[in-house]
Design a protein around this ligand. Structure first.
Ligand code: FUB
Length: 598
């Protein structure tokens, strides 16, 4: 992919010479070509399942699927490829358009892939306990096989799940609760012009329905958003009063645009906004077989109809600022130029193939009252180079420079740290990589350290074991799994009352009257208790309690972020202040990770 990366770098060099030019954030992945987006909201993050168009393809040459995730719709973390054609021993090729759903504490990923025995396209189902995989073949054979493609899965409010798919026809079947078998036979949805619009110029296909259905329900109305007409496709939709119809054609969602003769829809609601995912040929070298996934924010009309959505290079607005004081993956990228990613020996992915002048942009980084140092996990089989920390542009103010040494191998990791100045407030952060010729170094993760007024918690990422932390009852321990990020989290067990929590003394850190922003990730070990972060402030002989975050249900299936802003003030002499995470009721054990109190 370096060829694409180099072209991108050249393009961005041109862009950055124009003062004030808004930096595009669509397409959302620049390191490879991606297609067929299928978003899934889970535990406060958007997981995005895509295909991968091989470089220079002249057909839908697709060997693997990829997963990305984001908490803000702008900075996307690369989770690599947790499923590929070889995952399905019975499949021979064509890792085409699928969708993943969450049920029974598992993630089921339905995909079309070529069945070796019949030579026909079939629908396989991968399963994993994690949204990022790895996925295994759930049943060891096709779930359904009729030569048609593009599965979408919808679980109705009553628990009945439906699998829809098809090109040139449109099919559905009722999935059983196990999500890997079905009842009844695949049934064809009548493709009437009333239901799916009128296509002209193709007597074999009288309606607009082509492929790529995306079925969901909103406010009691069932939607089927699909790729219409060929070719080039546009995105259209139909609605129905029930999951099996009757469908009524409602018109265009996204006109034919963007330099790819296919398009493919995926729709979610996330943090109160609605988002439409699609693909186009907008990256350099892009086209019908070298596509890229993009996203736009939209608002439903009052009557539930979908407005016409146009492709933009700006993409969706950032849904939440990024916290630089917890470990961030180097492969969390708003826009990358010249770099690629690969699996890292310490887990996850790393950014690699870094050459002089390459850069990565991370958008909307909330430095708050200021960072004092920057650390990064790096490796270099050559003699390393430098990471320049620039604000708001590749040539923006330099907040620090970290020197990366040779470490003896591309996966031989060490942590480098350098001082930081002038990083306050919220900025787009540019990592500008410099050095000699050829590949310089790899980066696995990074983190800033706050000065006074930054993260007031010691060991907020829990990587230092239980250092700084205590428990108000129960047993506190440092655990290696599950973790939210990094290699350690804190766990409390043996709680006998709801206020038994994980605590840290912050008496020396408080300033009377200051407002504090809190963020902490929580996961229960059983049940779904509501958790909250609280500050107990003892002053003038009395103790008062400041609720730092709203009480939020947490589950054992994944991590939930508690976040909030609260002012802290007191009267008299401050004698004690304790930050703690507890539950509102019950005694379920829970874990916390990546906490900041700023
Ligand atoms: O990506 C391969 C095929 O192209 C998909 O299955 C279709 O939806 C179209 O996007």
């Amino acid at each position: 992919m370096k060829r694409l990366a180099l072209v991108l770098m050249a393009l961005l060099c041109v862009v950055t010479t124009v003062p004030g030019t808004a930096r595009a954030d669509n397409p959302i992945v620049q390191t490879i070509y991606t297609a067929d987006p299928a978003p899934l909201v889970h535990n406060g993050r958007v997981y995005l399942y895509t295909g991968h168009d091989e470089d220079g393809s002249t057909y839908f040459t697709m060997k693997e699927w990829r997963v990305w995730s984001s908490a803000d719709l702008v900075n996307w973390t690369d989770h690599g490829s947790p499923m590929n054609v070889a995952t399905f021993s019975w499949a021979s090729a064509d890792a085409w358009a699928g969708q993943a759903v969450h049920r029974n504490g598992k993630f089921y990923w339905y995909v079309p892939v070529k069945d070796r025995a019949s030579g026909q396209m079939a629908i396989g189902v991968g399963v994993s306990t994690s949204p990022t995989g790895p996925f295994t073949d759930a049943i060891g054979r096709p779930l359904v096989r009729n030569g048609e493609i593009d599965p979408t899965v919808f679980i109705d409010d009553n628990g009945q799940a439906y699998l829809y798919w098809g090109n040139p026809n449109l099919w559905y079947v009722r999935l059983n609760a196990d999500m890997i078998s079905y009842s009844g036979s695949p049934t064809q949805i009548p493709l009437t012009t009333a239901g799916f619009g009128t296509r002209t110029g193709d007597t074999t296909r009288p309606t607009l329905y082509e492929e790529g259905p995306w079925v969901y329900k909103r406010n009691g109305l069932y939607y089927n958003v699909f790729a219409a007409k060929c070719c080039s496709e546009f995105i259209a939709y139909s609605t129905a009063p029930g999951p099996t119809g009757p469908w009524t054609y409602r018109g265009t969602v996204m006109p034919t645009q963007g330099g790819s003769f296919t398009n493919h829809p995926g729709i979610i609601d996330f943090n109160g906004g609605s988002y439409f995912f699609y693909h186009n040929g907008a990256l350099p070298g892009g086209g019908g077989f070298t596509r890229s996934v993009a996203v736009e924010k939209f608002t439903y009309n009052a009557d539930g109809t979908i407005p016409t959505i146009n492709m933009t290079t700006a993409g969706a607005p950032q849904a939440a600022a990024l916290d630089p004081y917890v470990r961030q993956e180097a492969e969390t990228i708003a826009w990358g130029s010249g770099v690629e990613t690969e699996p890292a020996s310490e887990g996850g992915m790393n950014v690699g193939w870094i050459e002089n002048g390459d850069h990565v942009k991370v958008k909307g980084v909330a430095f708050g009252s200021g960072a004092t140092s920057f650390s990064a996990r790096v490796a270099s089989a050559t003699s390393g180079g430098r990471i320049e920390l620039r604000l708001d542009g590749i040539n923006g103010p330099l907040a620090g420079t970290c020197t990366v040494p040779g470490t003896g191998g591309w996966q031989t990791w060490t942590t480098v740290t350098c001082p930081v100045n002038g990083a306050t407030g919220t900025h787009d952060l540019y990592f500008r990589y410099t050095g000699g010729s050829g590949n310089l170094f790899n980066v696995d993760w990074w983190r800033f350290t706050a000065g006074a007024g930054g993260n007031l918690l010691i060991n907020g990422d829990m990587e230092g074991g239980t250092t700084g932390w205590g428990a108000s009852g129960g047993a506190l321990s440092s655990v290696t799994a599950p973790v939210h990020a990094g290699t350690r989290a804190l766990s409390i067990t043996g709680r006998t009352t709801a206020w038994n929590g994980i605590t840290q003394d912050v008496t020396a850190k408080l300033t009377n009257g200051r407002s504090h922003t809190t963020s902490v990730w929580v996961r229960s070990q059983s049940g779904t208790p509501s958790a909250k972060a609280t500050l107990a402030v003892t002053a003038g002989g009395t103790t008062s309690y400041v609720q730092l975050t709203p009480a939020t249900p947490v589950s054992s299936g994944g991590w939930t972020r508690l976040t909030g802003t609260a002012a802290v003030s007191w009267t008299g002499t401050l004698t004690g202040a304790t930050f703690y995470v507890e539950t509102t009721a019950g005694t379920d054990g829970f874990s916390i990770d990546d906490a900041s109190f700023e």
